[in-house]
Design a protein around this ligand. Structure first.
Ligand code: ADP
Ligand code: MG
Ligand code: ZN
Length: 610
């Protein structure tokens, strides 16, 4: 539509230009007066006329005083006759220099054609514009069936494995693919089949897209990128044809990589009947299966697909000859985090002596994308303070910004609320400092951020893959620390603890139903898996009796009660320390690990077992 208005405006401009040109052509330059034929005849008789030029209907007159005038001839009559009729003496007429200019051919034709042709041309022009509009519109409609596949990689930004930090196992698996693409003959000679599909599994931001690009970059082949959700947008019934088109385009360019992002958008198990557009998804999925099966033995197109939900994929997608290779991308551990930070700090001025390891320590659970975002935030914070180099403080602030959203210092908090928050966070921290098995406190703050009123950051000493029952129980006790502290100090509790309680309860339930850590013994209850990537439960079948359900509830309650007792014990026996801690928090708002340890030192807190 914008196109149309633009063309229309151009047409108007063109018209005005044409009109201007013609008005210039018609004007003779100097303004001349017009006289009637009678007048002219009288002037001839009086001998006032020097010469007369006739061209067409126009009579251009030059008077004896050299002034000019024009008159108009009668149609179809001879000029001399006209003058005679008007009573001009023949010898007076002879004094005048007569000249009849025959109209030039161009002028003559222009006189006839311009008035007739111009409107026709104009109308034609307008029609042409309208047709053009209609045609592009139609083209757009027809192209909906096309894949809208994007070519990236070659020519554009080229990534290699050097741009991908960590992910060692994933890279090792994919090096094989790079080899296939570089020297296919080596494998074909041995009768080996070239792999077709590789499924990359990992949480959002773990670098799936990046790694796929890097494979193309390493092999030096074109990289085609399409998101599965694009297959099924806009119109019903285009998913299958888009799929076909995407594969065709990529196959033509082989050796190449075709990357299908978010394949779970179409690759969900068929026949589950969840959500609308099910048929559309199924057709698209079927088409993908057909395309994957239609590869020649030596087709050098490798399809990489990415998902964070491998469990929902249709088993047919995962069968041999389709996406039979799986590459798992985990969240980075501390060393990888440091490496990723280093990659993204390239080209950004870090202050001398800034140790990115210290940032890596504080960012367990961050994905590669989070870390890239963190460095960027730090650069923005630095620029906002008109500094030239990124310092450690900006990086620390960026960590918190990424975790918790921007600081909200401006939110008004009453003195009472600050006091409650200080005792609440102090409670968490004190329990963490006393209970054996708890992670050390890195930072306490009562500055509200995002949705949290305040926070206590505890971090494991090293990235751990295994956790013990003692550690879990310490976690639960620490989670209850805020609640218990409020209760002991004010004799009342606030809503600030609700999230803590939710977490504590969920953890206690997991000890019973997942980890076999309760009196119910080494069994799991319920089929609902804790989702490895989404980090939340998907409800599933209840595979235990009502009686067991009651006993699970009892066990969960027992864990919470036990943690509650320990938290009470710690906080009642360290009332003085809690008070000093809360006061320090109200004064400084934020305490770093060293400051926290310094405050607690004089109290010689006794470790408590849980
Ligand atoms: P995904 O596709 O898994 O959601 P992306 O590949 O889009 O994640 O990653 C997003 C961004 O995060 C990348 O563009 C890159 O800047 C950064 N990133 C993620 N993982 C890594 C890594 N291992 N090394 C370097 N940068 C990474
Ligand atoms: Mg991605
Ligand atoms: Zn809390």
């Amino acid at each position: 539509m914008r196109n149309f208005t633009k063309n229309f405006a151009w047409a108007i401009v063109a018209l005005i230009a044409i009109a201007l040109v013609f008005s210039f052509l018609n004007s003779t330059g100097t303004p001349t007066r017009t006289i009637s034929l009678n007048d002219l005849a009288a002037k001839i008789t009086n001998g006032q006329i020097k010469d007369i030029k006739v061209s067409g209907d126009a009579i251009n007159v030059t008077l004896t005083d050299d002034s000019k005038a024009v008159a108009k001839k009668e149609d179809g009559s001879s000029l001399t006759e006209t003058f005679r009729n008007l009573g001009v003496e023949p010898n007076a007429l002879q004094q005048v220099n007569f000249e009849v200019a025959s109209e030039s051919g161009i002028q003559f034709w222009a006189g006839i054609l311009v008035p007739t042709l111009l409107p026709i041309l104009l109308i034609g022009f307008i029609f042409w514009i309208m047709f053009r509009q209609a045609r592009t519109g139609a083209n757009q409609a027809f192209s909906f069936g096309r894949s809208g596949i994007k070519l990236g990689g070659l020519g554009k930004e080229k990534y290699t494995f050097a741009d991908v930090a960590g992910l060692k196992e994933a890279k090792e698996e994919l090096i094989e693919i790079v080899d296939f693409l570089k020297t296919p003959q080596k494998f074909l000679d041995l009768g080996a089949k070239i792999p077709r599909g590789v499924l990359m599994v990992g949480p959002p931001g773990s670098g799936k897209t990046l790694l796929a690009r890097a494979v193309a970059g390493e092999a030096g082949v074109p990289f085609f990128h399409i998101s599965a959700s694009e297959f099924v947008e806009m119109f019903v019934g285009v998913g299958a044809s888009r799929t076909r088109d995407a594969f065709q385009t990529a196959k033509k360019a082989a050796p190449a990589i075709l990357f299908i992002d978010e394949i779970d958008a179409v690759g969900r198990q068929r026949g589950t009947g969840m959500g609308g557009g099910n048929d559309e998804r199924e057709q698209t999925l079927n088409q993908i299966l057909v395309e994957m099966d239609g590869f020649e033995r030596d087709t050098q197109l490798i399809v990489l697909a990415a998902t964070n939900r491998p469990d929902v994929l249709d088993p047919a997608l995962l069968r041999p000859g389709r996406f039979d290779r799986h590459v798992v991308l985990d969240l980075p551990d501390i060393n990888d985090r440091e490496a990723i930070l280093k990659i993204h700090a390239r080209g950004k001025p870090l202050k001398e002596g800034v140790d990115l390891r210290r940032i890596a320590v504080r960012t367990p659970g961050f994905s590669g994308a989070d870390l890239a975002n963190l460095i960027n935030e730090a650069a923005i914070l630095t620029a906002r303070q008109n500094k030239k180099e990124i310092e450690l403080q900006e990086l620390f602030n960026a960590v918190e910004k990424v975790i918790l959203g921007p600081e909200r210092r401006s939110r008004f908090i009453s003195q009472k609320e600050r006091e409650i928050t200080a005792y609440h966070e102090g409670g968490h921290a004190l329990v963490a400092a006393s209970v054996i098995g708890a992670d050390p406190v890195h930072k306490i703050s009562i500055v509200s951020r995002g949705m949290a009123g305040g926070y206590t950051m505890k971090l494991p000493l090293e990235d751990r893959h295994l956790r013990t029952k003692t550690q879990f129980l310490a976690d639960i006790a620490m989670a209850l620390g805020g609640f218990v502290s409020e209760e002991l100090t004010f004799g009342d509790v606030s809503t600030g603890a609700s999230n803590d309680l939710k977490e504590a309860t969920a953890l206690a339930r997991k000890l019973v139903t997942r980890y076999g850590m309760s009196a119910l013994g080494p069994l799991t209850f319920g089929k609902d898996e804790m989702h490895p990537f989404l980090g939340r439960e998907i409800s599933g079948d209840k595979d235990y009796s009502e009686d067991t359900a009651r006993r699970i509830d009892q066990e969960v309650r027992a864990f919470i009660d036990r943690a509650n007792v320990v938290a009470h014990k710690v906080l009642t026996s360290n009332k003085k320390a809690l008070k000093v801690l809360a006061a320090a928090l109200m004064e400084k708002e934020t305490l770093e690990q060293e400051e926290f340890n310094e405050i607690l030192k004089p109290f010689k807190i006794k470790p408590v077992a849980i």
